[in-house]
Design a protein around this ligand. Structure first.
Ligand code: 4NP
Length: 155
């Protein structure tokens, strides 16, 4: 069965859909079979497509996020996915509060970098730095796939 990974941020309209789209494309390029999804800890944007400026920045790099729709993370996600990856420590704390005993492993996306240097993908909805967020998401995506290929992360 393919490894299944859920990416989680706050709104599910900027960082986590970008992570899903970037990892999907890079995994396909490497021939890796992964089941991917994303969700938000908040409920404000349920049913919305990724934020326009985020989609445009991603499209400029060849990532099409237009088909994604926001949803809220829930306790069942910890049974459905092998790995849950949070974009920042607040997302991580919010997820931990809903995580059932024995549920999926939870990781911070930036912790996958060889030299993290930061504990968060900054929220571009507030910083407006969509390209900076994508730069970091791309680095974390490569690091995730490297670790999966080297079996440093097991599902
Ligand atoms: P995201 O960014 O967590 O990367 O999707 C945000 C988008 C919307 C809001 C917060 C963060 N909001 O408060 O509506």
């Amino acid at each position: 069965m393919p490894t299944s990974i859920l990416f989680v941020c706050l709104g599910n309209i900027c960082r986590s859909p970008s992570a899903e789209g970037v990892v999907r494309q890079k995994a396909a390029e490497r021939g890796l079979d992964l089941t991917l999804d994303s969700a938000g800890t908040g409920d404000w944007h349920i049913g919305d497509p990724p934020y326009g400026p985020m989609q445009e920045a991603a499209q400029a790099r060849g990532y099409d996020l237009s088909g994604l729709r926001a949803r809220q993370a829930n306790a069942a996600d910890f049974e459905r996915f092998d790995i849950v990856i949070a974009m920042d420590p607040q997302n991580s704390a919010d997820l931990e509060a809903m995580r059932p005993e024995g549920g999926a492993e939870m990781l911070l996306f930036t912790d996958l970098l060889e030299e993290p240097g930061t504990d968060a993908v900054p929220d571009p909805y507030h910083t407006r730095d969509f390209d900076g967020a994508l730069d970091l998401v791309e680095r974390c995506a490569e690091a995730l796939l490297n670790r999966l290929e080297r079996a440093e992360i097991k599902a």
